[in-house]
Write a protein that binds this ligand. Structure first.
Ligand code: ATP
Ligand code: MG
Length: 566
């Protein structure tokens, strides 16, 4: 059963089903149209999952199309990263990879068509004049003095624009629609501008480039897109989108549908701002695990399934709202709880010497890879005379309800045995440096014949047989829920920037120790470090020196806030 059959249908699914029922379309085609000027972020990811999901659920097709009409800002690096991210998210576009620049020739022909029909003209006005004469929301615009050029003159000038005879900004091609339209987008929008710029795919072939609005809908029509789903800011562009479809000999009639952008608290989702974080080195790169980019989330340890789940839970809205960042974390926890192998790692080590074990002891105990899934097999843990436990798992003077280790108290070492602490060793400054403990030899295998109860079970690693790890602990990148918002209590008069809200403690690095089974781990592997959280091996790892990212802790603030939605 598909997702859409379990939950109630959203408004886009209703439109699609009505179109299929009425016979308007026999199959549906959706697309994701990124501009290759940055890496994809979590908002884009939701849009990808939605578009690809609709195509999948209704047996249709999903296209990836690069909206590469702006030669100045676009780079091949971005194209490659976007393709990788889209595929990783499970949105398989198959052979349907397209570039708007593939349609430049066709778009040029269609611009000529508009000129011939008297629907477009070449304007010599400066950019500033054009802006000034556009009017505003309360006042109509003014018609350009070049608006009534003859078809012949327009064809000649437009051809010469294409041939590269004019300098950047000297002329533009505009649609002739209505300078008094209440919709600003309909006031003779610019269709083409001159830019003597190198394009990542067409090279120096073109010296004119089509504007986004003149490209998008026509590209949809060329590809046979049936439902062109975009974010709300394009709502006011829809009449223009339709005007082009109506006034050009396009091969199909796509329909634009808008939905609300996906926003997450403590997060910015604007490529421009994300680029600023990278370029000004507030983070280590686009794939820094603190970034809300798809590549950052992947490196952090997020799974495609967790992001697909987020997209489903966020759903499709008609109004903008901010979703709780903890929802994203919840989706990952749910997924990794099922999938991640369990391992032990000690992040803040305290040495414990088990005095009744010989120096060369190396006792092997089995531990299941997953407590609920015996089919996932076992790993071996190695108990030696010296081990590490977490500093927080020992208290010299513990309160009654503390069920971990303390003087004279007994605790279970996960999978191995019971130990009782006998002696606390301190340095001159009074810091605890070592605990001396004794194991109950009867408790090997982590239970005793007398069946006595031990309240606490703690994780541990051998101090002599372990894998050293650099653990990178991440906190939110921003301190405020709405990093871009203006603080209403701030009357400093100074204009704030989202950078002012950066969390200076978003990354903490600790030297930790992991159990020997982690030796074979490779970049991208995800584990639950028992009692700690979910962690992912970072590509910075080198032979014998693992680097691990904390993806998310075990504590679940979201799950407590809401019951699992039906
Ligand atoms: P940004 O504002 O971050 O630069 P953009 O919209 O300019 O994003 P595009 O590459 O043009 O980036 O976006 C590709 C597609 O992703 C568009 O269809 C856009 O509507 C959609 N999209 C962008 N941001 C979001 C978001 N936060 N939530 C859902 N969809 C989004
Ligand atoms: Mg955009």
């Amino acid at each position: 059963m598909s997702d859409s059959e379990i939950r109630s249908k959203n408004f886009i699914e209703e439109i699609i089903e009505a179109d299929l029922a009425s016979g308007k379309h026999s199959t549906i085609v959706t697309r994701f149209p990124p501009e290759p000027n940055g890496y994809l972020h979590v908002g884009h990811a939701c849009s990808i999952c939605m578009n690809a999901g609709l195509a999948r659920d209704y047996g249709g097709r999903f296209h990836l199309r690069f909206d590469d009409t702006n030669p100045a800002r676009e780079e091949t690096e971005y194209v490659e990263s976007i393709k990788e991210d889209v595929l990783w998210l499970g949105a398989d576009y198959g052979e349907h990879l397209y570039f708007a620049s593939d349609y430049f020739e066709k778009l040029y022909d269609w611009a000529c068509h508009l000129i011939r029909e008297g629907n477009a003209y070449v304007d010599d006005s400066t950019g500033e004049d054009i802006r000034r004469m556009r009017g505003n929301l309360t006042e109509p615009g003014e018609e350009s003095p070049f608006r009534n050029r003859s078809v012949e003159e327009n064809m000649d000038l437009f051809g010469r624009m294409k041939a590269g005879e004019f300098g950047d900004g000297e002329k533009v091609l505009r649609a002739k629609i209505d300078m008094a339209s209440p919709n600003m987008n309909m006031r003779d929008p610019i269709l083409y501008r001159i830019a003597h710029a190198h394009h990542h795919r067409t090279g120096d072939k073109w010296s004119i480039y089509p504007m986004y609005d003149f490209t998008h809908g026509q590209s949809d029509a060329i590809e046979g897109i049936t439902h062109s789903i975009c974010t709300l800011e394009f709502e006011d562009h829809r009449p223009l989108y339709n005007w082009f479809i109506e006034n050009l000999p396009v091969p199909s009639n796509p329909r634009q549908i808008e939905f609300a952008r996906v926003n997450l608290s403590y997060t910015v989702t604007s490529k421009r701002k994300l680029r600023q974080l990278v370029e000004e080195k507030h983070v280590k790169g686009w794939d820094d695990p603190r970034m809300p980019t798809v590549s950052g989330l992947r490196r952090r340890g997020y799974t495609p399934e967790s992001i697909q789940e987020l997209a489903l839970r966020v759903g499709v809205a008609k109004r903008n709202k901010v979703n709780d960042l903890s929802l994203l974390e919840y989706c990952l926890r749910q997924d990794l709880e099922e999938k991640a192998f369990r391992r032990m790692a000690v992040l803040n080590p305290l040495k414990v010497v088990i005095t009744n074990l010989p120096e060369d002891a190396a006792e092997i105990y089995p531990g299941p890879n997953h407590p609920g899934k015996p089919e996932l097999g076992e790993r071996e843990v190695v108990l030696t005379r010296e081990i590490y436990i977490e500093q927080e798992d020992f208290m010299e003077d513990p309160p009654k309800k503390y069920f971990r280790l303390g003087p004279g108290r007994e605790v279970r070492l996960r999978y191995a045995c019971y130990i009782t602490a006998n002696e606390v060793i301190k340095d001159e400054a009074g810091n605890i440096t070592e605990i001396r403990a004794e194991m109950d030899p009867e408790s090997r295998g982590a239970s005793t014949p007398d069946g006595r109860r031990v309240r606490g079970t703690i994780h541990w690693v051998s101090a002599t047989r372990n894998v050293p790890i650099e653990v990178r602990l991440y906190e939110n990148l921003f301190l405020k829920e709405d990093p871009e918002g203006v603080d209403p209590s701030d009357n400093s008069g100074k204009e704030g920037s989202f950078l002012d809200n950066l969390n200076p403690h978003s990354l903490e690095v600790v030297q930790a120790y992991g159990e020997p089974a982690l030796e074979s781990a490779v970049a991208g592997d995800r584990f639950q470090f028992e009692r700690k959280g979910y962690y992912c091996i970072d590509p910075d790892s080198m032979e014998g020196a693992l680097v691990v990212n904390r993806a998310v802790g075990l504590r679940d603030s979201w799950g407590k806030k809401v019951a699992r939605p039906k």
